[in-house]
Design a protein around this ligand. Structure first.
Ligand code: SF4
Length: 326
């Protein structure tokens, strides 16, 4: 029996190269080794203001993008969180065993409070409980996470321990799989790449859009003229070269930058070309899926059935353990 993995992605409207190289590429590698369940976590995405009309499209877009980049439905499970209502049922039960103080300590809650000062809803606070439910509902053995999610996974383990000690052994404590996740900075060169900060390149962006974004992306600030030598190791463009360019090109850029033998525009043009080569197969495959909506719906329905069967077994056990069966 292979160990089970669960991971999810929000349908935030765009999946960018930071999501891909920071997480999804690693998921694809895990498919052969683990029994993998991947989820479009739509309920996690409703704690911010959004358009319901756009949201419907975004759920399917996220599913299509995952399939396009290698989440192969023949070898793993892909489904949408809200289609398996046991996620929210378990969340309520976990609410009843979670101290509020544990939630208020979460770093992401503190960050989100600042970012959404005009909409501090309860969902921002209880988000880690829904995440713990996503994971524990499937008695997941391991979770591939980026460093910024390690605290949430520790919270999940603590919640499993707390539930088990009060109601009897039910949930395994999932391991953290840090894997080869990489933290990708945004085009502003400072913060993590993110949709909300508008510092991203989307996986499905076309050649011209990629170039327009790279052209104005931040580089080594000390390199004001082409004749100034630069430091590639503090330049985010160089970090992106490491993801998209060949070893020869990376060496050329590194030496050219340090000796002022190459200008930033030329450096960015090489990166733009390589990004386009890497991403164009995704765009092509996405076009095929855009014309085959029924296939995507079938994949999600198969995923829902598979996950519903496990979720229903877990909830039967949980209801018995907490005493709501009579
Ligand atoms: S040459 Fe390339 S690596 Fe060097 S500062 Fe310019 S963009 Fe960055």
């Amino acid at each position: 029996m292979r160990e089970r993995i669960f991971s999810g992605i929000q349908p935030s409207g765009v999946i960018h190269i930071g999501n891909y190289h920071g997480a999804i590429k690693n998921w694809v590698k895990l498919i052969d080794e683990y029994e993998c369940i991947f989820c479009v976590v739509d309920y996690h995405a409703i704690t911010v203001q959004y358009s319901t009309e756009e949201f419907r499209g975004r759920i399917l877009e996220a599913a299509k993008t995952l399939i396009v980049v290698g989440i192969d439905p023949e070898r793993c499970t892909l489904f949408v969180q809200s289609r398996v209502p046991e996620h929210t049922e378990l969340t309520w039960i976990f609410n009843a065993v979670t101290p509020v103080s544990d939630l208020k300590r979460m770093t992401q809650y503190k960050d989100k409070r600042q970012q959404s000062a005009d909409n501090i809803n309860t969902g921002l606070l209880t988000y880690p409980i829904l995440m713990a439910s996503d994971i524990l509902l499937y008695k997941t053995n391991a979770v591939p996470v980026g460093e910024d999610q390690v605290q949430h996974l520790e919270f999940t383990r603590e919640l499993a321990r707390r539930f088990n000690s009060r109601f009897g052994s039910t949930f395994p404590e999932p391991k953290t799989l840090l894997g080869e996740t990489v933290r990708i900075k945004g085009l502003d060169g400072n913060a993590k790449m993110s949709k909300s900060l508008n510092n991203y390149i989307a996986l499905m962006e076309g050649k011209d859009e990629i170039w327009n974004k790279l052209r104005v992306a931040v580089t080594d600030p000390a390199r004001k003229r082409k004749t100034d030598p630069g430091n590639p190791f503090i330049c985010n463009i160089f970090s992106l070269h490491k993801l998209f360019s060949s070893d020869d090109e990376i060496n050329t850029v590194e030496n050219g930058c340090k000796t002022a033998g190459i200008g930033c525009i030329e450096c960015k043009q090489i990166l733009s070309k390589n990004m386009n080569i890497a991403l164009s197969p995704f765009r092509e495959k996405k076009k095929e899926l855009d014309n085959n909506r029924d296939y995507v719906l079938d994949v999600l329905e198969e995923g829902r059935k598979f996950c519903s069967a496990i979720a229903s077994e877990t909830m039967k056990e949980v209801r018995e353990k907490i005493g709501v069966i009579y």
